[in-house]
Design a protein around this ligand. Structure first.
Ligand code: HEC
Ligand code: HEC
Length: 403
C-alpha cells in the first residue's frame, strides 16, 4: 500500500474546493481542472489517511476478500461467497459483470414485491440443491442489476443530507425534477437521504454492508438477524439452517463485527483518479453542461466537517446529484425503498472508463448506447445529444472517459 503526500496536492485540493462550490451552485459550468498527479489508483486508500484509518483499511481489505463457507455462516441461500467476488474489477472494491436478479408482480398499476414468496431479490445459489430458489411463476417483472463500483464511497457517505436537499430544491432545466431518496437508515434508525445502490436504497456504508452480508452471502448480523427463507419457505429453511443467529458475532470489547470492518474498507477507498483533459475532452466538458447532462449528473458535492481529515470538507467529483429521477422506459420496474418503478438514482459517472458495461442491467456496451437509452426526465438531454454532429458526440464521450 502506498501513502502519498504532497504539498502541491493540498493546494490543488483547496483550489478545487472553491471551484466545485461554484459549480454546485450555478451549474452548468465547465469543470474544475483535475488535480495534478499523483492520485491514488483504484483499490488504494484515500490520500492523507492517518495511521489508525490506514490500519482499519488494511483490516477491511481482508474482511472484504474473506471467503465465507457454510461453517462461517454462508447461506443457506446466497449469491456469492465474498464481497470481493463481485466487487473486483479493475481492483478490489470495483464493479464487475456479475449481476443480481430482482423480481416482482405488477398488477393494476400496483407493484407487489411477492414478499411471501421470497421477493424481491433472487438468491442464485444454495448450500444444498433442495433449498435452491426459483423466480416464482407469479412474477411478471424480472430485472437484472449490475455490481456497482465502490471507489470513493466514503466521500459519498460524508456528503451531508442537507446538500442533497439543496439539489432537490434547485431549479433545473428541461423539466428535470428528481427527489431525495427518503429512507430510514438501518444502522442508526434515523431518517436519512439514501445515496447508495441503483435505487438509492441506503444512506450509510454500514447499513449497506449489513444488507449485503445477509442478502448476498446469507450471513445474519446485528441489523439483519433473520435468515432469508428460500422462496419464503421457513419450514424448509429450518432443515438447513443450523447455525445460531446472528452469525456475524459482535466483539464485546469493541462492539464491532465483520460488517463494521468491511465498511471501513469502503469508507477509506480512494475515488477513481481523473485523467488530464485532451483538447477533445476539454470541448466535451462544455458540451456535457450545454447538453443538459449536468442537470442530474451534478459534477461535484462537498463533504461535511468530519473527524477524519481525508473526508473533511473535501470535494466529491462524482457527477451525480444522488437523487431519484423518473427515467421512463429505462426504469427497472421494481419498487424499492423510496424509489418507484420508473425511478433510478443518477448513476455517478466518475471512473466510467474502468468499466465495460453500463446502466443498471448492463444493457449498454458503449457510453453512446448508455446515453441513447436515457428516457423520462432525461429525454430532452438525450435528444440534444443525439442531435449533435458525430465529432461533437465523440468529444462528450472523450470527456466522460477522463472523469
Ligand atoms: C453477488 C454479487 C455481490 C456480492 C457478493 C456483494 N455485492 Fe455489493 N453490490 C452488488 C450489486 C449487484 C450492487 C448493486 C445493487 C443494487 O443497487 O441493487 C451492489 C452494490 C453495493 C453497494 C452500493 C454502492 C453504490 O454506490 O451504489 C455497496 C456499498 C456494496 N455493494 C457493498 C458490498 C459489501 C460490503 C459486500 C460484502 C458483504 C457486497 N457488496 C457483496 C453485488 C454484490
Ligand atoms: C434526468 C436525469 C438525467 C439526465 C439529464 C442524464 N442522466 Fe445519465 N443517468 C441518469 C440515471 C438515473 C442513470 C442510471 C440509469 C440506470 O439505472 O440504468 C444514468 C446513467 C448514465 C450513464 C451510465 C452510468 C453507469 O453507471 O452505467 C451514463 C454514461 C450517463 N448517464 C451519461 C449521461 C449523459 C452524457 C447525459 C447527457 C446527454 C445524461 N446522462 C443525462 C440520469 C440522468
Amino acid at each position: 500500500m502506498k501513502i502519498r503526500r504532497s504539498i502541491a496536492l493540498h493546494v490543488a485540493a483547496a483550489l478545487a474546493v472553491t471551484a466545485s462550490v461554484t459549480v454546485a451552485q450555478v451549474p452548468p459550468r465547465p469543470q474544475p481542472a483535475p488535480p495534478p498527479a499523483p492520485q491514488p489508483q483504484p483499490g488504494e486508500s484515500l490520500a492523507g489517511l492517518d495511521a489508525k484509518s490506514l490500519a482499519q483499511f488494511a483490516a477491511g481489505i481482508e474482511e472484504f476478500a474473506n471467503v465465507e463457507t457454510p461453517e462461517t455462516g454462508l447461506g443457506p441461500i446466497f449469491n456469492n461467497v465474498s464481497c470481493a467476488a463481485c466487487h473486483l474489477s479493475p481492483a478490489m472494491g470495483g464493479s464487475s459483470a456479475v449481476f443480481v436478479t430482482r423480481y416482482g408482480r405488477m398488477q393494476n398499476g400496483v407493484f407487489d414485491p411477492l414478499a411471501s414468496q421470497g421477493g424481491t431479490l433472487l438468491h442464485q445459489f444454495s448450500i444444498d440443491p433442495q433449498v435452491r430458489e426459483v423466480i416464482p411463476a407469479d412474477a411478471n417483472v424480472v430485472a437484472r442489476r449490475m455490481t456497482t463500483p465502490l471507489f470513493g464511497a466514503g466521500l459519498i457517505e460524508a456528503i451531508p443530507d442537507a446538500a442533497l436537499a439543496m439539489s432537490e430544491a434547485r431549479h433545473k432545466a428541461d423539466g428535470v425534477r428528481g427527489h431525495v431518496s427518503r429512507i430510514t437508515d438501518v444502522a442508526s434508525g434515523m431518517p436519512r437521504a439514501g445515496r447508495f445502490g441503483w435505487k438509492g436504497q441506503h444512506a450509510t456504508l454500514l447499513s449497506f454492508a449489513a444488507d449485503a452480508y445477509l442478502n448476498e452471502m446469507g450471513i445474519t448480523n446485528r441489523f439483519f438477524p433473520v435468515e432469508n427463507a428460500p422462496n419464503g419457505n421457513r419450514a424448509l429453511l429450518a432443515q438447513f439452517d443450523t447455525l445460531a443467529d446472528p452469525e456475524d458475532v459482535v466483539d464485546p470489547q469493541t462492539g464491532r463485527s465483520d460488517i463494521d470492518t468491511a465498511a471501513d474498507f469502503m469508507r477509506f477507498l480512494a475515488p477513481p483518479p481523473r485523467l488530464a483533459l485532451t483538447a477533445s475532452a476539454a470541448s466535451g466538458a462544455t458540451l456535457f453542461a450545454t447538453t443538459g447532462c449536468a442537470e442530474c449528473h451534478q459534477p461535484s458535492y462537498m463533504t461535511a466537517p468530519n473527524d477524519i481529515a481525508a473526508l473533511d470538507r473535501k470535494p466529491v467529483n462524482l457527477f451525480s446529484d444522488l437523487l431519484l429521477h423518473d427515467m421512463g422506459s429505462l426504469g427497472d420496474g421494481i419498487v424499492q425503498a423510496n424509489a418507484g418503478v420508473r425511478e433510478m438514482r443518477t448513476a455517478p459517472l466518475w471512473g466510467l472508463r474502468l468499466r465495460r458495461l453500463y446502466l443498471h442491467d448492463g444493457r449498454a456496451g458503449t457510453i453512446d448506447a448508455a446515453i441513447c437509452a436515457h428516457d423520462g426526465e432525461a429525454a430532452p438531454a438525450k435528444s440534444r445529444y443525439t442531435g449533435l454532429p458525430a465529432p461533437l458526440q465523440q468529444q462528450l464521450v472523450d470527456y466522460l472517459g477522463s472523469i
